[in-house]
Design a protein around this ligand. Structure first.
Ligand code: SAM
Length: 231
């Protein structure tokens, strides 16, 4: 089915600086710059790091993270939708709903070790009803946080998309319980009129929810991988 987009929206997008830049630099999305510009200002991703990217399609953040971590690192992209594969051995993608309980094990199966950083640009389908959309966005951010707390190594970092609004205050309080430093980020590449913003949480405190990585052939066989991606 072909998606028909409003003409004004398409024209607006074409004029957009980061849209053009992403096209010229062969990035999969303008969102790439939201991560790369933040990571330049606050170097929370290092060369050699293991990264889990939640809500990763079409893969712009994967590209940004891959550049920073390089060959000695590893990036795992997770999305409900298939992501066109990357040729690099240190980049993998899986189709999964990270809010489902089985996602933890699915993710662990692909990781070489506990991740240093979990990033989430996951976004729900927008209904257009502000309260509903904000609640859905914060719920997704909270689910990403809960998963990050189980996955991350001690003192690991977390970067997540949120929407401004009432529910954000409570979410920030929860994040602050688990991380030593929490910053609000409105990346330049984020549209000024959008209520989207990001939280950067650094240095995870030790938490009882952390799980040991249990990878056995049994638990990891039959995991959906990018080989299931269909063009
Ligand atoms: N960061 C990406 C990039 O740079 O290309 C863009 C991400 S896009 C804004 C949001 C993504 O979140 C969508 O692809 C959507 O399918 C994904 N998503 C939403 N809910 C999800 C869930 N429960 N599990 C996995 N992915 C989810």
């Amino acid at each position: 089915m072909k998606l028909i987009l409003p003409k004004a929206w398409i024209q607006d997008r074409k004029k957009d600086y980061y849209y053009k830049k992403a096209k010229a630099e062969q990035y999969r999305s303008r969102a790439t710059y939201k991560l790369s510009l933040t990571a330049i200002k606050y170097p929370f991703i290092q060369q050699g790091d293991v990264i889990v990217d939640l809500g990763a399609a079409p893969g712009g953040w994967i590209q940004a993270a891959r550049k920073i971590v390089g060959k000695t690192g590893f990036v795992l992209g997770v999305d409900l939708k298939p992501i066109a594969p990357f040729p690099q051995e240190y980049v993998r993608t899986i189709i999964a709903d990270f809010t489902e309980p089985e996602a933890l094990q699915q993710i662990l199966c692909f990781l070489p070790r506990k991740p240093d950083v979990v990033i989430s640009d996951a976004a729900p389908n927008i209904s257009g009803v502000w309260d509903v959309d904000q609640a859905r966005q914060i719920d997704l951010a909270n689910q990403a946080l809960q998963l990050a707390l189980k996955l991350l190594r001690p003192r690991g970092n977390f970067f997540v998309k949120v929407f401004e609004g009432e529910l954000l205050t409570e979410f920030i309080a929860t994040v602050k319980q688990h991380f030593e430093i929490v910053k609000f980020i409105k990346p330049k590449a984020s549209r000024a009129k959008s209520s989207e913003m990001y939280l950067l949480a650094m240095h995870m405190k030790s938490t009882p929810t952390m799980v040991e990585q249990a990878k056995t052939e049994e638990t990891c066989s039959g995991t959906t991988s990018e080989e299931d991606w269909i063009e």
